[in-house]
Each structure stands twice: as C-alpha cells, then as structure tokens.
Design a protein around this ligand. Structure first.
Ligand code: FEO
Length: 400
C-alpha cells in the first residue's frame, strides 16, 4: 500500500522504514530500525531522487506509481550507489523503460559493477554543477566524493531551496509518521553515532561539501536516512557537521573506555570517575569495550574533549577488543583530543606502547597525564598517584 508525504511544492517523500534489520551495513546496531528516504518531484518532467533498500522496495514502487497517476517517470537521479539506496534501480527501469538515469561517471561505473542489464542508452551523465530543467524548476548536481563513497553527489532544487543531501545529515532510526525535524524530538546522539562511524573518516571532504552547501543556502535538507531537516534545524546540523568534520569536540567531558577481564582495571576506572565527580566533573561516561559496541563509544568520543583508555595486557599484547576499538577510532581520524592511559600488567606486555602507536598518525592527540600502571590490582599506596591523575584531567578540562 502506498504511503507518502508531501515535503513541499510537489516534492514528495516516498521512502519507508525497516524495523527488522538488526545492523546497518551489517555492522552498526540499529536499536530503532532505519529509514530509507527517497523523493519524487512532479513537474513538467518527473524525477525520483535515489531509490531504497531491497527491504522496502515494494512500498517504494507503489509510491511512485500512486503519485505518477499514469504519467511516465522521466528521470531517476542516483546520488549514491550504495545498495541501501540503489537496490531498486533495476526495478524502476523495468517499470519505466524510458527513464533516464542521472549520475556522474563514477555512478555508472558502480552501477555496472553491481547490476547487469541496464542499457547505457538510459544514462544521463552529469558533471559538477550541471543543471537539469524539469519545467518550473531546475535541479543542479554537486559532486561530494567520499561523503560517503567516491561517486556521491548531492542534488539541489533551487525553486524551494531543497538540498537532497545523500547520506550526509542522515540519522539512524526508523521514521514514525512524522518525517520533519520540527515534528519530532531529534535524536542527536544517534545523529552523532551515524556521522562519527559512517562519515567521519573523510573530514576534509565533508568540509568541501559544506562550502558548496553554504553557497547554495538551502532551507530544507533532505537526506537518505532519518528526518528531513527544516527551519532552524538546517543551521544546527550544518554547525554540528562543521565541528565534527574538523574533529573538534562539542564540549568538555571525559570518556573512560576500559577493558577488564576480572574487574581490577574496571575498579580503577570507577575510582577515577569518583575522583572526577568529587572535583565537580559532570560529563563522565564509562564504557566496557567488551560489552558496548564500539560505535556507541566512538559517538561519545566525538562529543567530548577527553578520553581515558584503560587496558590490561593479554598474552603480552593489547587486549583484542581494546585494540579493535582503538584502531577503529584512530582510523576514523579522531583528532584534537586529550588522552591518558591506565594499564594493567601482571606478568609483562606491550599493551600501552601498542595503544599509543595506534594514535601515532592522528593529529593533536595530547597526553595530559602520566600513565597510571597497576600490577594485577590497584593498591592503597597508589591512591595519591590516581588523585594526581584525576587532577591532571581536571586541569585539561578547564582549558576548553
Ligand atoms: Fe546510506 Fe552510504 O549509504
């Protein structure tokens, strides 16, 4: 059954939500599902902006048929060739064989890699800033490589100042009937988790896109996942993307990420958190890397200024879940953070050196306290040392 909403002026949302899928890209947990957005424009010519994941292809195709009311579909704009958005291109072409597929050179390369049987005669190749006239309005196309794949572009509808932003400004979470940012309580934590885990690696590319977006000055940002940003939310999400893509923290606060096999390293972290709390620190987040999916910890590291890493050695090296978490965080290009380390070594190992080596290529990682080392468990005579450790963190928090 068709299920659409009007965005504005004959621009319709024709997407759908999936609450069955457990993980985005089979990697990131989805506690509340995910929305795959697509948009249809009715003008003298008709255009669909991106398709949807296979999971919701049925309602998507019904939506197009319902809104077209017997008209033909003239254009299918493909901003992004990841299968959560391009999986229904063939279905669209089968139903509307005269449709022109609008994409850039890389779009068509990936299209041919993923799918067979789509004629090159249907291709409409565009370059950066090319314009497509739909009748009463024009669409312009703007390349946005690596936000989040190499072929990504965004599409701008100039009459109503609508930016179809591809993955950029997307969010985890299914939609619940309300599709606009001013209709819902915006989940900024999931918005940050989406950015920090999916988009963050290529911050300079995001900066290049932001420059283009500021020149376009959109009033509506319509991404491929999550709510459509309207009103003051537009400048809010642009500001957040600027902060995150320059790897600045949003605020002072401490993330304590620990690994602990028998609770001894965890105990030190709890004590440290208590010392910080006693010194007035409010924003303290403790995570066990063996328990919490790294995407949630990474989200908080992108928010806060400080990271404490606490880890035991395992078979003389860095404990595997901690290595995995730190490697992912470093690969996502985290910068400008104040860090310090707690290690636990019962009989030897290189965990601390390995952990530091992981961040050796990340810019502006400042070590703000002497490493705090325990041997198997913390002892009474180490309390003053841990107190100094907490004081050093407190001093660094005051600098922000
Ligand atoms: Fe939502 Fe990069 O795909």
């Amino acid at each position: 059954m068709h299920n659409t909403r009007l965005v504005c002026d004959n621009i319709y949302w024709i997407g759908a939500s999936d609450r069955i899928v457990a993980r985005f890209e089979n990697m990131f947990p989805l506690n509340e599902g995910i929305a795959y957005n697509s948009y249809l424009i009715l003008d003298e010519k008709t255009a669909v902006i991106d398709t949807v994941d296979n999971a919701v292809g049925g309602v998507f195709l019904e939506n197009i048929e319902y809104l077209l009311q017997g008209r033909t579909l003239d254009y299918l704009v493909v901003n992004h060739m990841e299968p959560d958005h391009c999986a229904n291109i063939r279905n669209v072409v089968l139903r509307y064989p005269d449709v022109k597929i609008v994409g850039n050179a890389k779009t068509f390369k990936f299209l041919e890699q993923f799918y067979d049987g789509i004629s090159v005669d249907s291709y409409l190749l565009v370059k950066d800033k090319d314009i497509l006239d739909l009748g009463s309005r024009k669409l312009s196309f703007h390349l946005a490589p690596m936000v989040h794949w190499p072929e990504v572009m965004v599409t701008y509808e100039e009459k109503n100042n609508v930016l179809f932003s591809s993955d950029a400004f997307g969010n985890f979470g299914a939609l619940n009937g309300n599709i606009f940012s001013d209709e819902v309580e915006f989940n900024v934590n999931e918005f940050r988790r989406y950015y920090s885990n999916v988009i963050a690696r290529f911050g300079s590319n995001v900066q290049a896109l932001l420059k283009k977006i500021h020149a376009l000055n959109p009033k509506i940002i319509a991404p491929l996942h999550g709510v459509v940003h309207v009103g003051s939310a537009v400048s809010s999400v642009l500001n957040l993307y600027h902060l995150w893509s320059t790897y600045q923290s949003e605020c002072s606060g401490v993330v304590i990420a620990y690994a602990s096999m028998y609770g001894n390293t965890a105990e030190v972290c709890q004590k440290l958190a208590t010392y910080l709390a006693m010194r007035g620190v409010k924003d303290i987040q403790i995570f066990d890397v063996s328990h919490t999916h790294p995407s949630y910890i990474i989200e908080k590291v992108f928010k806060y200024s400080n990271l404490v890493v606490a880890t035991p050695n395992y078979n003389t090296r860095l404990y595997f879940p901690m290595e995995s978490f730190l490697s992912e965080l470093a690969f996502l290009n985290i910068q400008n953070r104040k860090m310090c380390f707690i290690t636990n070594m019962t009989w030897g190992g290189t965990a601390l050196a390995q952990a530091k080596e992981i961040f050796s290529k990340n810019k502006n990682i400042e070590y703000i306290a002497e490493d705090f080392n325990i041997q198997s468990s913390m002892k009474e005579n180490q309390i003053s040392e841990l107190t100094c450790f907490a004081d050093a963190i407190l001093e660094s928090l005051k600098e922000k």
